[in-house]
Ligand binder design. Sequence first.
Ligand code: ADP
Ligand code: ASP
Ligand code: MG
Length: 410
Amino acid sequence: MALIVQKYGGTSVANPDRIANVANRVAKGWRDGNRMVVVLSAMAGETDRLINLAKELAEDPDPRELDVLLATGEQVTVSLFSMFLRSQGVPATSLLSHQARIYTDRTYGRARILGIDTGRIREELKKNRIVTLAGFQGVDEVGNITTLGRGGSDTTAVAVAASLKADLCEIYTDVDGIYTTDPRICPKARKLDRIAYDEILEMSSLGAKVLEIRSVGFARRYGVPLVVRSSFTDQPGTLVTVEDAEMEIVPVTGVALSRNDARVTITRVPDRPGVAMHLFRPVADANIVVDMIIQNTSIEGFTDLTFTVPQGDLKKTLELMAPVAREIGAQQVLSDENIAKVSIVGVGMKNNAGVAAKMFEALAAEGINILMISTSEIKISCIIQDKYGELAVRTLHDAFGLENPPPKKK
Ligand code: ADP
Ligand code: ASP
Ligand code: MG
């Protein structure tokens, strides 16, 4: 008998038929003698619908009230799911975040899970019930409802699996595993049997939304056995696991694309100590994550400074930059949202030379201009014009031969 946490994403619970289909799968696991905890997302499109509804009434909705609203999406699916199971004679209890005691900080819209008191979940399991948890939502220490950020149900599932020391955490979605790149962009994408925690961590942070990044962080930290698979087929899926020598044979495991970045350039910045500090301090204080930063060599004591921020934070960043740029005597603050970030990721990059050169050659051969570059031990990212994003993914997928399974280590 195993303790299994399963998470079903929005497309897997998009309508009553799909809810029933998924619930039958869960009931089968329960009948086979497993203890089942199910984490559900809102129905596909529901979270977007709620956000749009909020924007009809408030241009910049209050974050606390927005979280109260968004949390309703998951309340609908968990209740319907448990209701269906009960109608089939299968005992199930739905729990919202305050009932399941999923505690977070108070950063509305992207709250962090601080701890889970699993007492209530364990009580329900002891009564041989299936526990259906509302994903994506949490509660702060005084009972305010919070949400974890888009895709946050993955994080709920992995955090709950870690707290319960579950034998397995399965993320069910609308593709049958983690692919070398988004199969919707590149038809030649190949499903991976296994991927290293570090690789999927990079891919998630670089735009592959198949797993939300914090969920991977939790899985790695607590060694949660994690599998991504389809709720529509019985395919075995992809195991997320620790890296081994076999994974290092190939330099590149996957390609990721992000269209969420915006570029900010400050021109003719006086090149003297303390300038970068003045520019970036207010951005950091506003909790805005700056990704790439490039400072050109200075000419006659002036330099241009370019960096990227999430598109959703661009407006705020520009508001913060304007007075500082004036104060330090810079010339102009420019911005560009028509950019994309294409990245190659692989733990094998550490031991393989010439990966960057090959990436740049492949992009050049398609006439794709690189605007910014950043690298780490296991990834290389290039900022390019947005219109070339998907072409760049397919080009790099071909260039690194990712459609072919890697050779086995002898
Ligand atoms: P869910 O609603 O189940 O959480 P998501 O839409 O959040 O599903 O994530 C699944 C989607 O992630 C897939 O439909 C696919 O388009 C996209 N995706 C992006 N990169 C990858 C990848 N490397 N492998 C698999 N899917 C990917
Ligand atoms: N419903 C939330 C969203 O769409 C959380 C999730 O699906 O994981 O972002
Ligand atoms: Mg998701």
